[in-house]
Design a protein around this ligand. Structure first.
Ligand code: CP
Length: 304
C-alpha cells in the first residue's frame, strides 16, 4: 500500500485510506500510553516549510521523535533558499544527508509532485497551494471515524472559503471515496467553478448546508491567497457564513464541529461554538500526531 510518496488523497484508494486510519488508531494508543517507540530507529525525517505552520510541522516533528527517528528542520528564511538555491537543489541536498522522508509545504500547487520526481526520499505533501493538504484530511477522517464510526451516508457540511482551501479539496476526495454525502457552502465568489463535478452539492447559504448535518466543518478565510474584493467585509462574511451556536442547532443533535485551524475566532467560527461540547477541534490536533506517526511508519517500512 502507498507508493514512495504521499502527495494527495486523490491518489489513494478507499482501502488505502482505511488502512492508514486503522494504523493511526493504533498509534493513538501509543500516544496515550508510553508515547515513545523505536519503530523508526535509524530513519531520518526532515521538514521544509515555505509557508507558516504550527500544527502540521510540529506534529511531524513529534511523530518522528515519538517513533525514534532522527529529525531535522530547514528554516527557509535562514536557509540558502534566500541566496537563490533552487527547490530541486535544496531537496537533493537534503537527500544527500540521508533523509528518508521529507515533508514540505509550498504556496505553489504541485510543488511536492515536482520534488518527488527529483529525489529518492519519500515526499509528504504538507499542503501545496490551493491543491491538497492530505495529512489534514486524514486526521479529519480519523476524527470523524472516531466520533461517528462509519462514513456511509454521513452528511458533512464544509463551510467557508472553498476556492482557496486545500483542506476542502482533500476532504472532498477522501469523504466521497468513503461514502459520505458532502455539501459545500460559501460566498459565490469563494466557490470554485464546477466544484459539483467532485460529487458535492453546492449551497449558497450556511443554513441549507448545516441542516441535518452530522459533521460541520468550518474553514479558515485565507486572506493571504485572496486578491481584494472577494467578499464585502469580514462582518458580512460572519453574518452570512459564520458558524455560531444558533446555526449549529440546525445540525443533527449529535453533530460535531470541526475546523482545521488556525481559527479566525468570531469570523468563520464563534468562540461560543468553538468551545462548545460538540466541538472536536482540539481532538483533531491530537489525531494529527497519530495520523502522521502512521504515515511515517508506513512510508519508512515501504522503503525497507
Ligand atoms: N491545519 C493546519 O495546516 O495548520 P498549520 O497551518 O498550523 O499547520
Amino acid at each position: 500500500m502507498l507508493k514512495k510518496d504521499l502527495l494527495g488523497i486523490k491518489d489513494l484508494t478507499r482501502e488505502e485510506i482505511l488502512e492508514i486510519l486503522d494504523l493511526a488508531f493504533e498509534m493513538k494508543k501509543l500516544l496515550n500510553g508510553e508515547k515513545y517507540s523505536q519503530a523508526l530507529r535509524g530513519k531520518t525525517v526532515v521538514t521544509i516549510f515555505f509557508e507558516p505552520s504550527t500544527r502540521t510541522r510540529l506534529s511531524f516533528e513529534m511523530a518522528a521523535k515519538y517513533l525514534g527517528a532522527h529529525y531535522g528542520n530547514i528554516e527557509v528564511a535562514t536557509s540558502s533558499v534566500v541566496k537563490g538555491e533552487s527547490l530541486i537543489d535544496t531537496i537533493r541536498t537534503v537527500e544527500r544527508m540521508k533523509a528518508d522522508v521529507i515533508v514540505t509545504r509550498h504556496n505553489m500547487s504541485g510543488t511536492p509532485h515536482l520534488l518527488a520526481k527529483y529525489t529518492n526520499a519519500s515526499i509528504i505533501n504538507g499542503g501545496d497551494g490551493i491543491n491538497e493538504h492530505p495529512t489534514q484530511a486524514l486526521l479529519d477522517m480519523m476524527t470523524i471515524k472516531e466520533k461517528k464510526g462509519d462514513f456511509k451516508g454521513l452528511k458533512v457540511a464544509i463551510i467557508g472559503d472553498i476556492m482557496h482551501s486545500r483542506v476542502a479539496r482533500s476532504n472532498i476526495w477522501g469523504l466521497k471515496k468513503l461514502g459520505a454525502e458532502v455539501k459545500v457552502a460559501g460566498p459565490s465568489t469563494l466557490m470554485p467553478p464546477q466544484i459539483e463535478k467532485m460529487g458535492v452539492k453546492v449551497c449558497y447559504n450556511a443554513e441549507e448546508a448545516i441542516k441535518d448535518a452530522d459533521v460541520v466543518m468550518g474553514l479558515r478565510i485565507q486572506l493571504e491567497r485572496q486578491k481584494s474584493g472577494l467578499f464585502p467585509s469580514i462582518e458580512e462574511y460572519r453574518e452570512y457564513f459564520g458558524i455560531n451556536e444558533e446555526r449549529m442547532r440546525l445540525a443533527k443533535p449529535d453533530a460535531i464541529l470541526m475546523h482545521p485551524g488556525p481559527i479566525n475566532r468570531n469570523v468563520e467560527v464563534t468562540s461560543g461554538a468553538a468551545n462548545a461540547s460538540y466541538s472536536v477541534i482540539e481532538e483533531q490536533v491530537t489525531n494529527g500526531v497519530a495520523v502522521r506517526m502512521a504515515l511515517l511508519k508506513i512510508l519508512c517500512e515501504r522503503r525497507n
